[in-house]
Design a protein around this ligand. Structure first.
Ligand code: SAM
Length: 231
């Protein structure tokens, strides 16, 4: 190869490395902070007109995972105003298969969906766990879980121990909002989900972090949040 061309390629290669190691992380970080600021942390986002409190990039990853896993049952902890469960119900309707059970400690006013069962109570209460376990036993296919309710470390740790058992091999347990432990803006909520995930991973050999999903769109509210059941 022409020596001038070779030198040009080497410089380009080095610059790419400098960008990837030093500049890109700062660009992603700044974009993430601005996005959270601009959207008031996605608190006014809607799905077909209903409030849905989700980072839209993470929501797209959830849609891709649902299409790939094709859950028979998706358990969502944290209904809020019902937008996320309606989103899952609509996907299941389009796919022609799947149901969602969603649990919230508060009975919010919300639009109901035929593929969604709404349970009111704490995710850790026996009155909630009993029907959830029954539906899991009757599941005729993959079971997936999303934790999006009380994000405190102690609550998430207990949920991880209980709800991880419902997840079928090669399906996922998504622990949302580990961002609480990484973005200064959310520091008041610490310790949050991230240390709960880390301690759970020390106690189990049945789950691994799917880093590709966590980094799918460069920024995420759920660092280390996509846990894939491997056995
Ligand atoms: C972040 S919001 C859920 C957002 C919703 N998944 C969405 O995307 O629109 C958290 C919800 O968890 C509920 N919550 C808090 N602690 C809970 C608990 N121990 N059990 C069940 N729900 C709880 C709150 O009432 C609140 O509605």
């Amino acid at each position: 190869m022409n020596p001038v061309k070779r030198a040009g390629r080497a410089v380009k290669h080095r610059l790419r490395g400098v960008y990837a190691d030093n500049i890109a992380p700062r660009v992603h970080d700044s974009f993430f902070r601005d996005l959270v600021e601009r959207t008031a942390n996605f608190s006014h986002t809607t799905w077909l007109g209903d409030p849905i409190w989700q980072n839209v990039l993470d929501l797209w990853t959830i849609q891709e995972v649902i299409a790939q896993v094709k859950p028979d049952l998706l358990i969502e902890c944290g209904t809020y105003k019902g937008g996320s469960s309606r989103f899952f119900g609509d996907l299941f309707e389009l796919m022609g298969h799947g149901e969602c059970i969603t649990v919230d400690i508060e009975a919010h006013e919300l639009r109901r969906h035929p593929r969604v069962t709404y349970l009111i109570g704490s995710t850790l209460d026996d009155e909630i766990l009993r029907p959830v376990r029954e539906r899991v036993s009757a599941a005729d296919g993959p079971v997936m879980v999303i934790l999006d309710d009380d994000h405190s470390r102690s609550h998430v740790e207990r949920e991880l121990d209980i709800y991880s058992r419902f997840v079928t091999p090669n399906s996922y347990l998504l622990v949302q909002d580990g961002v609480i432990d990484t973005l200064k803006r959310f520091a008041a909520g610490r310790p949050g989900p991230l240390p709960a995930i880390e301690s759970f991973l020390k106690r189990t050999d049945q789950f691994v972090v799917d880093e590709d999903l966590c980094g799918r769109f460069l920024i995420t509210h759920h660092p280390k949040g996509w846990l894939r059941r491997i056995s």
